[in-house]
Design a protein around this ligand. Structure first.
Ligand code: NAP
Ligand code: HSE
Length: 428
């Protein structure tokens, strides 16, 4: 019954939740792992800051090596965020034989292979369930639950902040700036929310999910990412009128052995289950060749949901410790990476165009689509009293990304097309 001692790096939103769960659920945790789990030391930036949980005297420190090089500590839980310092601390902890649990998708997306290799060398666990989709156990699902299947598509809402913003803009007509401020106050947003709103946070999460799902080492640069800062109230309104909602979707697809991974604001058909995922909730759709369609839903950020995943990882590490089987990361990415070309990436598209309101314009526009073999599902001219131009909405059938780029490029050269107001991928 020797206690397992934990060093916590960070006592912000998530760190506070970890303390609450480890202390509040101690009896249950102890029954599962057979030892008490004790938080021995906590690294913070400012020791004098007022905390939301009471911490025994002497546990807080501003010196990282007090935690990382502490011989009493068996497991490091990293919830401070950032990349450079964090990587140094984690690599040092691993070289000292300490296991690591982290919520840090930035670090795992950029340096995951190096960290996992180091862990394997030192027979240590590195677990990072909380790094994607907060409280949803999606990493364990991909690695263990689908180990028997071949995954062909992972599609998800994996950023809580942007889903919270889009939901409030869509349902309450709220302004982008006000909702972002609210998400920050609720502890959902990253310390620099640019990574949330520009799709970088979601791209990092899709790097992790696609690496695990396709068993290929995906790099962050393999993910094409676009955020929500260009989504307008008008786009949301048009989407609504046509039976769609705008969601920031991460989409990873595999066809034969070629994969593509992207993050972009997407028009999702109202009837699709992912369209109903609102607020800070996340959802991940996983399609497997054998299993078919599955969906995992839950809170994607916030103190206790995120801490739930972290403490579950902690339990897994301690169970491995008891069995003496830590550090078995083998076989996670064993396939060769082959990225799809733009000609191989297909989907439906929505376009809103402002065009000259005169005879023959519609015919000229549809001719451009025909030239590049893009077939149209619907074409709609919207009356808009405040706009002397015609507003044309087009939804294509499945078209490849290269052909759509050529269409858009040609529109730039046509005097009848005054502006391509928006282009969205369409799902559902
Ligand atoms: P946070 O509220 O900003 O807390 C960060 C904590 O780390 C603070 O306690 C801070 O100390 C400490 N810290 C930061 N830099 C440090 C440094 N250089 N040296 C020592 N201490 C340092 O962040 P968070 O929201 O809890 O997020 C933590 C991690 O979890 C991030 O990687 C984030 O991406 C990930 N994550 C967050 C959520 C969420 O919902 N928030 C969900 C999933 C994953 P002080 O308190 O003294 O300032
Ligand atoms: N900022 C992230 C989000 C936190 O909003 O989803 C959870 O990773």
């Amino acid at each position: 019954m020797k206690p397992v001692k934990v060093g916590l790096l960070g006592l912000g939103t998530v760190g506070t939740g970890v303390v609450r769960i480890v202390e509040g659920h101690q009896e249950d945790l102890q029954s599962q792992v057979g030892s008490p789990i004790i938080i021995e030391k906590i690294l913070v930036q400012n020791i004098s800051k007022l905390r939301n949980v009471s911490i025994a005297e002497g546990k807080l420190t501003e010196d990282p090596w007090d935690v990382i090089r502490n011989p009493e500590i068996d497991v490091i839980v990293e919830v401070m965020g950032g990349i450079e310092h964090t990587k140094e601390y984690i690599l040092e902890a691993l070289s000292l034989g300490k296991h690591v649990v982290t919520a840090n998708k930035d670090l795992m997306a950029l340096h995951g292979p190096e960290i996992l290799a180091k862990a394997q060398k030192h027979r240590c666990d590195v677990m990072y369930e909380a790094s994607v989709a907060g409280g949803i156990p999606i990493i364990r699902t991909l690695v263990e639950g689908f180990s028997s299947d071949r995954i062909t598509k992972i599609m998800g809402i994996v950023n809580g902040t942007t889903n919270f913003i889009l939901t409030k803009m869509s349902q309450e007509g709220a302004s982008y700036a006000d909702v972002l401020k609210e998400a920050q106050e609720l502890g959902y947003a990253e310390s620099d929310p640019t990574s949330d709103v520009e799709g970088i946070d979601a791209a990092r999460k899709m790097t992790i999910l696609s690496t695990l799902g396709f068993r290929v080492n995906v790099a962050l640069d393999d993910v094409s990412a676009k955020g929500i800062s260009s989504v307008t109230k008008d786009d949301i309104l048009y989407a609504k009128r046509l039976g769609y909602v705008v969601k920031l979707l991460g989409i990873a697809e595999r066809q034969d052995d070629a994969i593509s991974i992207s993050v972009q604001p997407t028009m999702v058909k109202h009837s699709h289950p992912i369209a109903a995922v609102n607020g800070v909730f996340n959802a991940v759709y996983v399609y497997g060749e054998a299993v078919g369609e599955t969906m995992f839903y839950g809170p994607g950020a916030g103190e206790l949901p995120t801490a739930t995943s972290i403490v579950a990882d902690l339990v897994a590490v301690v169970k491995n410790l008891k069995l003496g089987v830590n550090g078995q990361h083998g076989g996670m990415a064993y396939k060769e990476k082959k990225l799809k070309t733009d000609e191989q990436i297909t989907s439906k598209y929505f376009m809103l165009l402002h065009v000259a309101d005169r005879a023959g314009v519609l015919a000229r526009i549809t001719q451009v689509f025909a030239e590049f073999e893009v077939s149209l599902e619907s074409v709609l001219q919207q009356p808009n009293a405040s706009n002397p131009e015609a507003e044309i909405i087009i939804i294509t059938h499945d078209a490849n990304k290269a052909a759509i780029s050529k269409v858009l490029h040609t529109f730039e050269t046509l005097d009848v097309v005054h502006k391509v107001k928006s282009v969205y991928r369409v799902e559902g």
